[in-house]
Design a protein around this ligand. Structure first.
Ligand SMILES: C[S@@+](CC[C@H](N)C(=O)[O-])C[C@H]1O[C@@H](n2cnc3c(N)ncnc32)[C@H](O)[C@@H]1O
Length: 352
């Protein structure tokens, strides 16, 4: 399937847009594989919009012009496009947001090209996009993947456009789960929920800290909307840091900590690689729940950074699915590896 997707993307991205000619926008998120990311050849009229700093850096290194933001089209250096290319995202509000915004930012006769498989809901997204564009979709199947194209008509006004419900994608909003209050939005990991693995991690952090007199500094590596530091706000850390590679997560975390009046240094970074500080405690619920074999490089990157970021005698608590062989993978970088607890399909591993 990915071979066909690669070909479709390569065709769309490496051929200058025709009728009208003009800049092309490529919307990129983490649903693209490494190989799919590499298909585009740099050219002056090709622009990339992504919410992920690491993907942006990789495309930038390949010579592409990249803007990293929470899919904020106003942040782009060019505002009108002859074509937009988009491998549909997993989250529906985000897909709707990108379809609406593409319509707003297409030149007359410009085209939105959606690509994806049936499992991505591409056919439904195509039909929904018809509602906005007011013109029929053109769907083309190649292997298991579809390219669905929609043309923006001559009429440039937006009166009467039937926008898709994107649940106000761009808006941060207050959320409450049990006793916990936070600020979040679609586009952030589990944006209005509390992850069970994270709850287990926080329980272990509380147990660990009561055994220590000085709580020292703490880092949440991959912070999402900020759950781990909000739920450990009662621990008297001497300083708090949080980082994530997702522009939406960083915005949400900053707003959550401000609401809780918790002083936290928040940064947009790839695995905290630009952090110069060293931490007594690192809390991490990493993004490789889906399994190790497929995202081994990501696991290695997280473990390498955790090693670098730990202060002498510092400890990291990492929560993963029980079937993930984190202990084995950590052997190269850590001398002390202890599985602290296993429950509800998760385990918390202490590294030092
Ligand atoms: C499982 S979520 C945990 C979120 C939050 N700490 C919690 O407990 O609810 C993993 C987080 O890692 C972030 N992430 C993924 N890749 C990353 C990277 N290369 N650098 C930093 N953060 C990353 C994701 O955006 C996501 O917010």
């Amino acid at each position: 399937m990915s071979i066909h997707l690669e070909h479709l993307l390569a065709d769309l991205l490496n051929t200058p847009a025709s009728a009208p000619s003009g800049p092309v926008l490529w919307i990129v998120d983490e649903s693209l594989t490494e190989r799919e990311l590499l298909v585009a050849r740099a050219r002056p009229d090709l622009y990339v919009l992504t919410n992920r700093l690491d993907l942006g850096a990789r495309l930038n290194a390949a010579g592409l012009q990249v803007t990293v933001s929470d899919f904020d089209f106003a942040s782009l250096p060019v505002q009108q496009f002859a074509a937009v290319v988009y491998r549909v995202s997993k989250e529906r509000p985000l897909v709707h947001h990108c379809i609406n915004e593409s319509y707003r930012h297409l030149l007359a006769d410009g085209a939105l090209h959606l690509v994806g498989s049936k499992d991505d809901g591409i056919r439904t997204h195509g039909r929904n996009a018809e509602q906005v564009f007011g013109t029929p979709e053109h769907a083309k199947k190649q292997g298991d993947v579809y390219r669905v194209s929609l043309l923006r008509g001559e009429e440039t006004g937006e009166d009467g456009v039937q926008w898709l419900d994107c649940k106000e994608y761009s808006q941060l909003r207050p959320c409450t789960v049990g006793e916990l209050h936070f600020i979040s939005k679609p586009g952030v990991f589990g944006w209005n929920k509390v992850d069970r693995g994270s709850v287990l991690l926080v329980e272990e952090a509380h147990k660990l800290i009561t055994q220590r007199k000085n709580a020292g500094t703490v880092l949440d590596l991959g912070c999402g909307y900020g759950y781990l530091l909000l739920a450990t706000a009662d621990i008297p850390f001497s300083g708090r840091w949080a980082t994530d590679n997702n522009a939406a997560a960083v915005q949400a975390a900053q707003a959550s900590f401000a609401r809780a009046q918790l002083a936290v240094h928040v940064s947009l970074d790839d695995c905290g690689e630009h952090l110069q500080e060293r931490f007594d405690l690192i809390l991490c619920n990493p993004p490789f729940h889906q399994g190790f074999s497929t995202s081994n490089a990501l696991a290695v990157k997280f473990l390498t950074q955790i090693r670098r970021l730990l202060a002498p005698n510092g400890r990291a608590l990492v929560v993963v699915n029980q079937f993930i062989a984190l202990e084995k993978a950590a052997e190269e970088s850590f001398s002390k590896i202890t599985t602290l607890t296993q429950a509800q399909g998760f385990k918390v591993v202490q590294l030092g």
